[in-house]
Design a binder for this molecule. Structure first.
Ligand SMILES: Nc1ncnc2c1ncn2[C@@H]1O[C@H](COP(=O)(O)OP(=O)(O)OP(=O)(O)O)[C@@H](O)[C@H]1O
Ligand SMILES: [Mg+2]
Length: 270
């Protein structure tokens, strides 16, 4: 087992899609840091987190290298998934093993040598805070929806894997409660990188990496300067979440006054 908080990642520059060197010196991700990766479709956001996931050593399409605690990662860290302090969850992440949710989590607990039986229930409970339709222990992993699968994998990475670094590639589109995911990541002091097109996630992270043409085009550290807009966006999101829940629940949204009051409650300017 690794010490949960002992990992600092360094990303060293590679080249853009034209083979030109990227214009940054190094990007350091410290324990508990939150980053978002933004940029147009095809700009290289997924490639950036993939480099981190595979602990690239100038051996991927981007030519980037990743250091752990300032050093080249050791062979066994690169090769043994159970030792890797990183979990990547994407839109396409699926579990192909035909196991029940409880068995899947139990196997992971064995591999990680962690925790008591009660951890399985806690993990499923946490996943159920992220997703809408409830997940039960007896369900088969292959039968879960995309959003349910991602919710289980995030909860699993946090509680069972105790993974210090989470890479979440466009997870917001699965109807996952992203506010709850963010608060949970804070609570457990994880480092997280969100690849995202979502303003809330982009604004809530400490740093924002901007991708263009396969390269990092800039890194913003907004500090408090985006606090006002974050508040507005949080309100808008709460409004949209409630509206989405109503629509999902089969309600007809015919009353603009009611919609207005939900919006006011959420603090969204008219
Ligand atoms: N630095 C680079 N050099 C060469 N090819 C690159 C580089 N970065 C990304 N690519 C390639 O460009 C393509 C698009 O990149 P990627 O999938 O990372 O985009 P994205 O920003 O995640 O897009 P989307 O928002 O659609 O998910 C991929 O085939 C990827 O391998
Ligand atoms: Mg992508």
């Amino acid at each position: 087992m690794y010490d949960e908080l002992a990992y600092e990642l360094t990303v060293l520059p590679g080249t853009n899609k034209d083979g030109e060197k990227e214009g940054f010196d190094r990007i350091i991700i410290r324990p508990g840091d939150t980053l978002s990766i933004v940029g147009a479709t095809g700009s290289g956001k997924s490639a950036f987190v993939n480099d981190i996931e595979v602990l690239a050593q100038n051996d991927t399409v981007t030519g980037r290298s990743i250091l752990i605690n300032g050093e080249e990662p050791s062979e066994d860290l690169v090769r043994d998934p159970a030792k890797k302090p990183i979990a990547l969850i994407t839109q396409n992440t699926r579990v192909i093993a035909d196991l029940t949710v409880a068995r899947f989590l139990a196997l992971h607990m064995q591999a990680r040598d962690t925790g008591a039986q009660s951890l399985i229930a806690r993990t499923i409970d946490l996943a159920n805070e992220f997703t809408g339709e409830k997940i039960a222990e007896s369900m088969r992993m292959t039968a879960l929806s995309g959003g349910q699968t991602r919710s289980i994998l995030i909860a699993d990475a946090i509680l069972i894997g105790q993974t210090p670094i989470l890479l979440l590639d466009e997870v917001e589109n699965a109807g996952i409660n992203k506010e709850r995911v963010v608060s949970c990541i804070r609570e457990y002091k994880k480092s997280v990188i969100f690849v995202t097109h979502d303003p809330y996630l982009a604004l809530i992270t400490d740093k924002r990496v901007i991708m263009k043409n396969g390269a990092v085009a800039g890194v913003l550290e907004p500090g408090d300067r985006e606090r006002a807009i974050l508040q507005t966006v949080t309100g808008m999101d709460a409004f949209l979440w409630e509206l989405r829940e109503k629509i999902r629940g089969g309600e007809l949204i015919s009353d603009p006054v009611e919609a207005q009051s939900t919006r006011k409650k959420a603090g969204v300017p008219a």
